[in-house]
Design a protein around this ligand. Structure first.
Ligand code: MN
Length: 729
């Protein structure tokens, strides 16, 4: 097992001024936390975090990352808590450990490539600090080395996940040694037969290839010497996993792979790269279409090199890579190479099409201004993929949504029907408001119900254009339907008022003139016109109903209601329904009596405002006299979130603190006071006149008894009408 001193020495070698104490402290803390645990192999568990820390030194990470590597499994697997880590190692180390723990908790379930890409993006997005990803890669690299002691099923699952998610991330970050370690470690576990075959064939040709490569290297070396170019020549063989991938992707046999032999030439300067390329092409014939200039046009992960394939001696194909030493370092270590590497690399990466990876470019470009490696690390604490957020369906699928997306956006992303009937949402098992902003890694569960439909209000918080479009479409369709229905009902109601049968009168065949007079094409147009208030129903009825019937049943008030004042939209704040109409029209609660949910009520059709709802005993309806035709029956609907204003009057002793005590008693009942009036009277009396907001009679009773119980309160009374009721003692 690797020793603490090995790790410390490694860090000090590349970062001589590192504050190494934190690594020592983390080492002993982790050793203690994991002391009674062992790995499946029987080895002490602690060997794992130590190897992870070692891998991090291979990435030349700062001391805090290495400490976090030592601690990375403590929160998840031992009794250690986040608070403890925070206290002992500070915020930065704690955030790193916590970030790794969060990623480790993600379950990867889908095998589809598009999903794998979303997982990868989610990991990068969740790791606000890129070091979290590097620690996770170091962790995975060691796990892959020690897969053998696990069951076949676990080995397959972990290897598959590594190939789908982590190796591509390592590739994306340009760290080819980790990518290669992960891939070659996983291949035997995901494709044991192919692996055995490739191994066997590679072994068989090994002798020939090594002699051949040796020969080619000597030829190139001579050629370089002659031209006075310095360079390092490396023979290389293709990675097992690359061979496997090529066989699978191109559906070819091992024998059909021609570029098993490769040569790499590392030069001292950019100019030498092209000079060497010229030499190679003059030595051997290049294969057309195989030359790639990744120096002029680097890959998105900053890989730079010249690639060519030539026909070498004895007709063997040789793949040749030519790059500078610096480019090689970037290739092997990716972003890790920039920790200390201070020169600008090659050309600007103008041509990169993968704009998602621009951030890597920015890091590299910005890096040239940064002298201190620590500052450079801070530059990595950027919000990757800040425009997107990734959330799970209950089935484990990942959806990419714009940042700020809500459960409603999520519902529409799953399916239009689920969005249109979305009723409530749970995030990570807890009920949440439909308007919350989703966070990376959230698991979202939508409950939908047939009775539910989109609300106009949703438009104020949804983020996706899909949700916006679908909601608008649904509401427009619903509005039209509702207006049609309301128009028909209003028309029928007025006809009924005259004692006639609407089904006999409303008939397209007999209404041609009436329709024309109203300026509509058909009955639907007429209903719509009435429903939205453009056409007064009485005006239509006057043409349909015989004159004498009209005269006999003339009811002034009712028919003077201006329909355009009646909103066809559902008045969602009101829990009251007008009995004779199926749709809610504009309703107002009478300020004179303020009826409360559950009390007997009556509706009064006002001339311009729709219907006002009064308490049945309210003088304004009781004393209607001849105008009783303007009364409509109303009833309470379902209990909603509506709050009612109620006026109460209190008589109390006039003493210091009295108001505070009363308002506190009201607040304790979860009741709001919306207006308060205080008057001092004779005999050391104070009169309080409050407007309070309650949801039902029960809350009113509770609030009034609470006020009554306040010391010094003499009398509490609810005021049902404005006139003549104030301040009775
Ligand atoms: Mn681990």
């Amino acid at each position: 097992m690797r020793k603490l001193n090995d790790i410390a020495d490694a860090i000090l070698a590349y970062h001589p001024t590192a504050e190494i104490d934190v690594v020592f402290d983390a080492y002993f803390y982790s050793a203690k936390a994991h002391r009674n645990q062992s790995r499946k192999s029987g080895e002490a568990y602690f060997s794992h975090p130590v190897e992870v820390a070692w891998n991090l030194t291979r990435l030349r990470m700062d001391e805090k990352s290495v400490a976090a590597g030592l601690l990375h499994d403590t929160i998840e697997d031992t009794l250690a808590t986040k608070e403890e880590i925070m206290e002992r190692f500070g915020d930065e180390v704690c955030q790193l450990v916590d970030g790794v723990t969060k990623i480790s908790k993600i379950q990867f379930s889908s095998k589809e490539e598009s999903q794998a890409e979303n997982y990868r993006k989610m990991i990068l997005a969740m790791s606000k600090d890129i070091r979290v990803v590097l620690i996770k890669l170091a962790d995975r690299a060691h796990n892959i080395q020690t897969l053998d002691s696990l069951s076949e099923a676990s080995r397959y699952r972990i290897a598959r996940e590594t190939l789908d998610i982590y190796a591509p991330i390592a590739h994306r970050l340009g760290i080819s040694w980790i990518k290669n370690e992960l891939e070659s470690g996983c291949l035997p576990h995901v494709a044991p037969e192919a692996y055995a075959l490739i191994r066997e064939k590679m072994e068989r040709g090994r002798e020939f290839r090594s002699v051949y490569v040796e020969k080619v290297c000597v030829l190139i070396e001579d050629e370089l010497k002659e031209s006075g170019i310095e360079g390092v020549i490396q023979g290389r063989t293709k990675q097992d996993y690359s061979i496997y991938k090529k066989m699978v992707e191109q559906n070819i046999t091992f024998e059909e792979i021609y570029d098993l032999i490769g040569i790499r030439i590392l030069t001292n300067s950019l100019r030498d790269c092209y000079a060497v390329l010229g030499l190679i092409h003059s030595l051997w014939k290049p294969i057309p279409g195989r030359f790639k200039d990744y120096i002029a046009m680097p890959k998105p992960n900053q890989y730079q090199s010249l690639h060519t394939t030539v026909i070498g001696p004895e007709g063997e194909r040789i793949e040749v890579q030519i790059r500078t030493q610096e480019m090689h370092k970037i290739c092997e270590e990716g972003i890790a190479a920039h920790w200390q590497y201070k020169e600008k690399i090659g050309h600007e990466n103008e041509g990169s099409t993968d704009s998602r990876l621009n951030w890597v470019r920015h890091l590299i470009e910005n890096q040239k201004d940064i002298k201190n490696p620590k500052d450079f690390l801070n530059a990595f604490k950027i919000d990757l993929f800040s425009t997107e957020v990734y959330a799970f369906t209950p089935a484990g699928e990942v959806l990419a949504l714009p940042r700020g997306a809500t459960p409603v956006d999520f519902a529409y992303a799953v399916h239009t029907d689920i969005g249109n009937h979305c009723h409530s949402a749970k995030v990570n098992g807890k009920p949440v408001s439909l308007r919350i902003k989703l966070r990376n890694g959230d698991q979202v569960e939508i409950t939908s119900s047939k009775e539910n439909s989109p609300s106009r209000e949703w438009l104020s918080f949804v983020k996706t254009s899909k949700a916006k479009g679908k909601i608008t479409h649904y509401i427009n369709a619903m509005d039209k339907e509702r207006s049609l229905k309301l128009g028909r009902e209003l028309l029928e109601k007025v006809i009924c008022e005259f004692g006639m049968d609407p089904s006999l009168l409303i008939n397209e065949q007999h209404m041609g003139e009436v329709l024309q007079g109203a300026g509509v094409m058909n009955l639907e147009g007429l209903f719509l016109g009435v429903g939205v208030g453009k056409i007064a129903p009485l005006q239509i009825v006057q043409k349909l109903v015989p004159h004498e019937v009209l005269e006999a049943r003339r009811i002034e008030g009712l028919h003077q209601v201006k329909l355009k004042e009646i909103s066809p939209y559902k008045n969602s704040a009101s829990p009251i329904r007008v009995k004779c109409l199926n749709e809610d029209i504009h309703l107002r609660i009478g300020k004179c009596c303020n009826p409360v949910l559950g009390e007997p009520i009556a509706g009064y059709i006002t001339r311009a405002r729709g219907v006002t709802v009064h308490h049945i005993d309210c003088p304004s309806v009781r004393d209607l006299g001849g105008e009783s035709e303007r009364l409509v029956a109303v009833e309470w609907g379902e209990e909603g979130q509506t709050r009612f204003e109620v006026r109460i009057s209190i008589v109390a002793e006039d003493k210091p603190g009295q108001l505070a005590e009363i308002t506190q008693a009201v607040a304790d009942c979860m009741t709001n006071i919306t207006r308060a009036n205080i008057k001092q009277g004779p005999n050391k009396r104070a009169y309080f006149d409050f407007l309070i907001e309650i949801s039902d009679l029960g809350q009113l009773d509770k609030t009034m008894s609470a006020i009554n119980a306040v010391s010094g309160v003499i009398h509490v009374e609810r005021i049902k009408a404005n006139a003549g009721t104030a301040h009775r003692s």
